[in-house]
Design a protein around this ligand. Structure first.
Ligand SMILES: Cc1ncc(COP(=O)(O)O)c(C=O)c1O
Length: 439
């Protein structure tokens, strides 16, 4: 940024934010914004919760840091216990790190060590899906099928296979809901056979595809079939619940909507609610029980005492304020309201579950033709929302990594009905204003 010593990631609005409370943020000039996407869908409990600041301060006053290879603190023990009790039965063993990319990458390494310990050293490939996102570090990016984010770095990436996404609005198999036979799930079986099951370590997927597709849940039955296919080939199933975990979709975990239990969960974002960096990889008994030795992996800031104090306090808050149930109840109201957006000629699809929605924009509703990328339609919507005091999360390349525009709308789970009304009204107005300029 000119004049600043900040090597920016290209933020469009480098504005000094000075206060946050609930779903609101205020800049230094006193302007109020609604945080309609909870940052990048992480501030699940809302801004400015004093209990979290108190828990963090208390931990800092006791001891701010010890290295996880030397010591453990009660905050780490508490956070692991709370997360294990939040996780599905049988997923009890928590490895803490600092964010989502570290969590998914740890899952990949955990799966690898599992296979070495099981005496199958050839198993190393992680099968993932196109149009997915599992993080930006090189291992996580190798799993990610986000074409735009991968493009520059392809020569540095590991050679992992990708199968088509579960993307009903633009089915890669040309099917509709009526003709769907879950070909997108069966593609996993084909891919595992093509790679050779003896080389495949795990399959990774987001239950609801977040940033890359704009909040796209898989079709009913999809993950049950994925689970069957993984079991048939003895391949581990890693659920990337970085965005979907801890209540965002109206259930504790996104995968709960499919009554499916993975072997490993990677989570982050809502875990410490944006208060501090925290991620976790949760292993099932099946995986953990094979480890007669420690997990051969770690970072300086893994199991950070203060991060874990924040995580434990955030989970307490989620439980105390019934935010999972709230996400389910208010999610219905939210999606009911969002239907009004279909009146706009550029709104092709509105989808999601819980307080977690995506809007995909099209030039032509009949043909689903996207806008030309140079129009940067998604950015126009985001900028207009911003002008109107609403923050939403942008996405581009929805169709094929280059074409396609979407936004994600996912306010903190503490949002109330009046605030949802205001968010949808601002969205409606902003989209209308963009259409008036563009169409
Ligand atoms: C599903 C998913 N996995 C992994 C990541 C990477 O997380 P982080 O940005 O904390 O490294 C993200 C981030 O958006 C995500 O949405």
């Amino acid at each position: 940024m000119p004049g600043l010593h900040v090597f920016s990631r290209g933020s469009t609005h480098l504005i000094d934010m000075v206060r946050g409370e609930g779903i609101y943020l205020w800049d230094k000039d006193g302007r109020r914004y609604i945080d309609g996407s909870a940052g990048p869908i992480c501030v699940n409990i809302g801004h400015g919760v004093k209990e979290i600041a108190d828990a963090v301060a208390a931990q800092m006053e006791q001891v701010s840091f010890v290295h996880s290879s030397h010591f453990i603190t009660q905050s780490v023990i508490d956070c692991a216990e709370k997360l294990a009790s939040f996780a599905p039965e049988g997923l009890d063993h928590v490895y803490f790190c600092s964010g989502g990319s570290e969590a998914t990458e740890a899952a990949a390494k955990m799966a690898r060590q599992y296979w070495l310990l099981r005496g199958e050293p050839k198993r190393s490939k992680i099968v993932a899906r196109w149009q997915s996102y599992h993080g930006n570090t090189l291992g996580a990016l190798s799993m990610s099928g986000n074409i735009a984010r991968r493009r520059r770095y392809v020569p540095l990436l590991l050679d992992f296979p990708h199968i088509p996404p579960a993307y009903c609005y633009r089915c890669w198999f040309g099917k509709t809901c009526d003709t769907c036979d879950l070909e997108c799930a069966r593609a996993l079986d084909t891919q595992i056979r093509a790679t050779g099951p003896e080389y495949v370590s795990a399959f990774i997927a987001e239950p609801v595809v977040g940033a890359t597709l704009g909040t796209v849940p898989a079709a009913p039955g999809y993950f049950q079939l994925i689970r069957e296919i993984c079991d048939e080939h003895d391949v581990l199933f890693i659920a990337d619940e970085v965005m979907t975990g801890l209540g965002r979709t109206g259930k504790k975990w996104g995968l709960d909507h499919w009554d499916t239990v993975p072997d490993i969960i990677a989570t982050a974002k809502g875990l410490a609610g944006g208060y501090l960096p925290l991620g976790a990889t949760i292993a099932s008994d099946k995986v953990y029980d094979v480890f007669g030795e420690p997990f051969a992996h770690g970072h300086t800031y893994g199991s950070h005492p203060v991060g874990c104090a924040a995580g434990a306090a955030v989970m307490d808050y989620v439980v105390k304020h019934r935010l999972v149930e709230r996400s389910a109840e208010l999610g219905e109201y939210f999606h009911g309201k969002l239907k009004a957006l279909y009146d706009h000629p550029s709104v092709g699809d509105v989808r999601g579950m819980g307080i977690f929605a995506g809007v995909e924009f099209v030039k032509n509703k009949e043909t689903k033709e996207p806008f030309p990328p140079e129009l940067r339609y998604y950015n126009r919507v985001v900028d207009k929302c911003f002008e109107n005091g609403l923050l939403v999360y942008p996405g581009v390349g929805t169709v094929d990594g280059v074409r396609g525009d979407h936004i994600q709308v996912a306010p903190p789970l503490v949002v109330n009905k009046e605030e949802i009304d205001e968010i949808v009204e601002l969205l409606d107005r902003s989209i209308g204003e963009v259409e008036a300029e563009v169409l």
